[in-house]
Design a protein. Structure first.
Length: 64
């Protein structure tokens, strides 16, 4: 893994609430742009990103 990716993961872990919000917003934008055609794929990618970056599992449990 590149040094940049390691640094990004570290920062996301330290600020998981912000990282989670970014993942959720990106997922919503992707859903909007595709007209909901790929909702399950997008949600799966969101869950993988949250898991890798230290976000919560459901995206809505952090109290934001």
């Amino acid at each position: 893994m590149s040094e940049f990716a390691q640094d990004a993961e570290k920062l996301a872990g330290e600020h998981s609430d912000i990282a989670d919000k970014g993942v959720q917003e990106a997922g919503q934008m992707a859903e909007d742009k595709t007209g909901g055609k790929f909702d399950s794929e997008i949600q799966g990618a969101e869950q993988q990103a949250e898991g890798r970056l230290g976000g919560d599992d459901q995206g809505n449990q952090s109290g934001n």
